[in-house]
Unconditional design. Structure first.
Length: 202
């Protein structure tokens, strides 16, 4: 199931946990590293896979998370993968502390929904404005990544109705997240393979 990825600094663990509880209480799945996984190649692949499978990326902004190499890498990967990015500014940080590449996104503040996090309306509105498209984007990215990592195994390409649905979704897709070059290539090869398959049957 598609989820929301939460990026945070270790010193802000309590905020991350409260946000996870609020989102999951509202029926929204999350992925957040609360187990302090040891950095390494396996950990990095797990993080990237979790971002790929997410339909949104929440960045809990604090002085510590902005200075964190790990948080910055997660943010840049989400940016490269054209994920829907939702920064949330935590208490103790000013607008001037936020780097330009992050401030380019419309952010929320923790105070926007701090009343027990029982009704974080602004956050949910931001997430649900294009929820169906964002989830489709995440699912298509996972399929495209598997196809790419398999050295373009044709068995992993889209078929029939899947192709038509992908074309429709991409044509009607929202501004964010944007369709990536890999997703376009995956759809193109799926269509090409289908046409070639039909030609061989004629």
């Amino acid at each position: 199931m598609a989820h929301i990825f939460i990026s945070y600094a270790r010193t802000n663990r309590n905020y991350a946990f409260r946000l996870k509880e609020a989102l999951e209480g509202a029926g929204i799945e999350t992925w957040v590293d609360l187990e302090n996984l040891d950095p390494g190649s396996i950990w990095q692949r797990e993080i990237e896979s979790a971002i790929d499978g997410g339909f949104a990326f929440i960045y809990l902004l604090s002085k510590e998370s902005i200075a964190s190499e790990y948080c910055q890498n997660e943010f840049r990967y989400a940016l490269e993968e054209k994920k829907k990015i939702i920064p949330i500014r935590l208490p103790g940080i000013n607008d001037s502390d936020v780097p330009a590449e992050i401030s380019a996104f419309q952010w929320l503040t923790w105070e926007d929904f701090e009343e027990g996090l029982s009704a974080p309306d602004k956050l949910f509105k931001s997430i649900r404005m294009d929820l169906a498209w964002a989830k489709f984007h995440a699912d298509l990215m996972i399929k495209a990544k598997k196809w790419e990592s398999s050295k373009t195994n044709s068995d992993l390409l889209l078929r029939g109705k899947e192709i038509r649905e992908a074309e429709k979704q991409i044509e009607e897709g929202q501004e964010y997240p944007k369709t990536t070059s890999l997703q376009y290539a995956y759809l193109f090869q799926s269509k090409k393979h289908e046409v070639n398959g039909v030609d061989r049957l004629v």
